[in-house]
Design a protein around this ligand. Sequence first.
Ligand code: ATP
Ligand code: MG
Length: 413
Amino acid sequence: MSTIKTPRPIRGTQDIFGAEAEAFAFVTATFERLRKLYRFRRAEMPVFEKTEVFSRSLGETTDVVSKEMYSFEDRGGESLTLRPEFTAGIARAFLTDGWKQYAPVKIAAHGPVFRYERPQKGRYRQFHQIDAEVIGAAEPQADVELLVMADHLLQELGIADGVTLQLNTLGDGQSREAWRAALIDYFRAHKDALSEDSQDRLERNPLRILDSKDPRDKPFTADAPTIDEFLSAEAEDFFAQVTSGLDAAGVAWERNPALVRGLDYYRHTAFEFVTDRLGAQGTVLAGGRYDGLMESLGGPATPAVGWAAGIERLAMLVEGLQEPVADVLVVVEDDTVLADGMGTTAALRRAGFATELLASGSPRKRFDKAVKQGGKAILALTAGEDGGTRHRLRLDGGDEAAITAALEGYSWN
Ligand code: ATP
Ligand code: MG
């Protein structure tokens, strides 16, 4: 026996296979279909960026930057980071690749992202996101379009039931600052009862306390001052336009005045689609407006709004997806007709039938194996007395006429 130990997979990574992989692919295919319907342009983005792309965009004090990033020095001594999200990289590309010429530009992307978190159900260290952004659009219609698209996506995935859209506004820069000051005053009075993390956040980033998952913080977040007391007239009007747009499009929403997002770049609209069907990992899709982000990357003020969703969490909600059965199983019951097995299989596949060839193991058992595997049709091939190939078709939901037509042009050996 070998004494070499097989390496274990990296904690927090998943090998997605079979029915689970089908659900995953269903999510990305549905997203791809919808982004075309909403006329979003596709982008393929690098998996890593200079660390500052994320630290400057997301904010040094955020959980993602301070605890969750996979950062490393490359061989040239440069600090690089595996992307923990898409937005910052897309914003960087907007500035460095001259995408401004396309503004307002609607961008869709998907792929793996990386965060050093404690792995559990619905929370991984490598996970995957679908992502949609509208860059260079200041109008609330952009927020509405993204939200309608997100809602539509959940409908098309068949998981909209039991998922609610929670909506908030964080106001403009001015409203947000006033709210922030009031939150500091309020939480200071309860400082000793807060979790260590929240005590730490108090002066630097008090909004983050509202987003805390620590039970010690929950009693205080409920009665904290809300943004409504500090909203400027413009911010209030912006939010009203978003909500009336959603109402016009028939998208249900709920106001959650305590909803803040975990990243620093958000202004105005902030939202999460939440479910109670995934335990603690209930947020499936989240985003908001990030009008301040481009400036933090050294670019011109550029209004933008976007969202991202965890593909694994969406896929976990998708039920009843099995790996599809074959349209035709070609069974070679006698090895002397193997060439026709390979030939008919090729012809059927070229005609668009999902086809599998069964030509290994004991020839007598192959037919039973095919019945057991299950397919819409079995094409069984045997040797005739004249040396030619005989075939018979057994149907289980397959289309006899179409299969026969596909084989019409095939010249038997
Ligand atoms: P959470 O509050 O669950 O940590 P988040 O606010 O950090 O989520 P975002 O940064 O908004 O998440 O990312 C968007 C989406 O990506 C989330 O709504 C979720 O569906 C998914 N997501 C985030 N972190 C993970 C993870 N570690 N594993 C799997 N999916 C994740
Ligand atoms: Mg998180």
